[in-house]
Ligand binder design. Structure first.
Ligand code: K1U
Ligand code: ZN
Length: 171
């Protein structure tokens, strides 16, 4: 397994629309495991392949609160097929915008269709943090970042904070 470097804003590869996976070969299954290792190490609760510079529709996530009770999900070609409930606002972060968080409005519930690592079609009905994380990761596959859901003013403030953080870290 390998830890993969995570791309950060404004890398243009984060803005590309990722291509569907046609063939779930050993390269794809190895990539899923590398992505999980990278996500846990970050640490994060989700990771999409474009964040590691691979323009394919592949996502991993695990929103379980305890490290000892990991519940990894591996999703190939995931798509939101239904949304439900209210539109709710909750804090989001992104490994491609380190240490920046902001409230984002999203549908409370989603149904997501995807292929598992055996190529079986599956559906997952999610609410709460899982629903939010699924929407955030599927957005990455379309080149969309959580900052795109914010007002221009909030987005600019957040990007300025990110810039300041980078300048401070650079010394
Ligand atoms: O896609 C990503 O950049 C990962 C992102 C996922 C996400 C977080 C919050 C709401 C929606 C989607 C992260 O994992 S940011 C880091 C984070 O939230 C976290 C890190 C450690 C423990 C718990 C959460
Ligand atoms: Zn993200």
């Amino acid at each position: 397994m390998a830890l993969l470097p995570i791309l950060e804003v404004p890398d243009p590869r984060l803005r590309q629309k990722a291509a569907p996976v046609r063939d779930i070969d050993p390269e794809v299954t190895a990539l899923l495991e590398d992505m999980l290792e990278t996500m846990y190490a970050a640490p994060g609760i989700g990771l999409a392949a474009p964040q590691i510079g691979i323009s394919r529709r592949i996502v991993v996530l695990d929103v379980s609160p305890k490290e000892e009770e990991r519940r990894p999900l591996r999703l190939i070609n995931p798509e939101v097929v239904e949304t439900g409930g209210e539109v709710v606002e909750a804090e989001e972060g992104c490994l491609s915008l380190p240490n920046q968080y902001a409230p984002v409005k999203r549908p409370e519930r989603v149904r997501v269709r995807y292929l598992d690592e055996q190529g079986e079609e599956r559906e997952i009905d999610a609410d709460g943090l899982l629903a939010r994380c699924l929407q955030h990761e599927i957005d990455h596959l379309d080149g969309v970042l959580f900052t795109d859901h914010l007002s221009r003013l909030k987005r600019e403030m957040l990007l300025k904070k990110l810039d300041k953080q980078r300048r401070q870290r650079a010394g």
